[in-house]
Write a protein that binds this ligand. Structure first.
Ligand SMILES: Nc1ncnc2c1ncn2[C@@H]1O[C@H](COP(=O)(O)OP(=O)(O)O)[C@@H](O)[C@H]1O
Ligand SMILES: [Mg+2]
Length: 221
């Protein structure tokens, strides 16, 4: 499997707060990675750097063919079309119903509306939300919103899914459903990176653990 992410002496800072210090790690296509560390260790910071929201302060960061050090806006938009991003607070569009939220990446990719709708209906059924298609995000529980967010993050068949604390705050049932969806996506070949303070016990597939401590990244599993 090819290398999808390469970080070489990567330093990430906010003004003069150095959060990640000369980190070195690689992620291969098809990996399932948990990014762990205590609160404030820099998990979100790394996730942000991987979708180009936070520029490296120094060092190299490559995602696929893209060098994130001085990536142009137009290139960043292309990179993001190949990613699926899942947030702890879902970030669904409140004014749009669930079906349209799930269609979003396809509409951005220029897929025609009928095609997009057909596929979104299929993905909503996979995440067991067919009956909520015409509801708005505020009308769904947290677990249901996160399932919709994952349908949205996978519908365009991304190369990689970045998920920041996707199950914290969800009940046990929703959390395990959500994890199953990540496993399913990974079995289709999608690389998964999940920032999480814990790893579910008896996790069903092989995974890697990159642990952040005091600005350094260690491979634990
Ligand atoms: N926008 C920001 N400006 C300044 N400091 C920040 C910002 N975001 C996060 N930090 C700081 O960076 C460190 C790492 O934060 P974060 O990546 O959010 O940690 P985690 O996700 O592991 O809880 C923390 O000390 C946090 O206070
Ligand atoms: Mg965080």
């Amino acid at each position: 499997m090819g290398k999808l992410v390469i970080a070489n002496n990567l330093t990430l800072t906010y003004e003069n707060n150095q959060v990640i210090k000369t980190a070195n790690f690689t992620i291969n296509s098809g990996d399932f990675v948990f990014l762990t560390g205590i609160s404030g260790s820099g998990k979100t910071t790394i996730i942000k750097s991987l979708y180009g929201e936070l520029k490296p302060h120094s060092g190299d960061l490559r995602v696929g063919e893209f060098n994130l050090f001085n990536i142009k806006k137009s290139k960043l938009a292309i990179l993001r079309k190949h990613l699926g991003i899942v947030f702890q607070d879902f970030k669904l569009i409140p004014e749009w119903n669930i079906l349209k939220n799930v269609m979003l990446p396809l509409l951005i990719a220029g897929v025609n509306k009928n095609e997009a709708e057909k596929l979104a209906i299929e993905y909503l059924s996979q995440v067991k939300l067919s009956h909520k298609a015409d509801k708005y995000p505020a009308e769904l529980s947290g677990g249901e919103q996160q399932r919709a967010a994952i349908a949205r993050a996978t519908i365009h068949n991304p190369v990689m899914i970045l998920a920041d604390e996707p199950i914290s705050g969800l009940d046990e049932y929703s959390a395990s459903l959500v994890m199953d969806l990540f496993i399913k996506a990974n079995k289709k070949g999608i690389t998964i990176i999940i920032a999480s303070h814990t790893i579910p016990t008896d996790f069903g597939i092989d995974f890697r653990q990159l642990h952040i401590e005091k600005g350094k990244i260690y491979e634990l599993a």
